[in-house]
Design a protein. Sequence first.
Length: 95
Amino acid sequence: DGGWGTHIEGVSTMFGTTLNYTAARLLGMRRTSVAASKGRLFMHSHGGALGAPQWAKLWLAVLGCHEWTGVNPVPPELWLLPSWFPYHPGRLWCH
């Protein structure tokens, strides 16, 4: 389907496609390459980078490819909770 998964055996996801496409372009893949064209088509058909999960938007913002206003904030006070607490940010799964 042209996209990339979160891991090599996974099905295509917006998270995997957005991050892999961005990394490939930053590393020098041409916009006109077959893989880039298929990845871009996958992203466009699933709502673009705005349709990606928050973790993808966070990394795009770190790279300067997305506005920080589009990333949902995580209250920093959550990091003060004990690590055994069920909602501690260190226990959250990213995808």
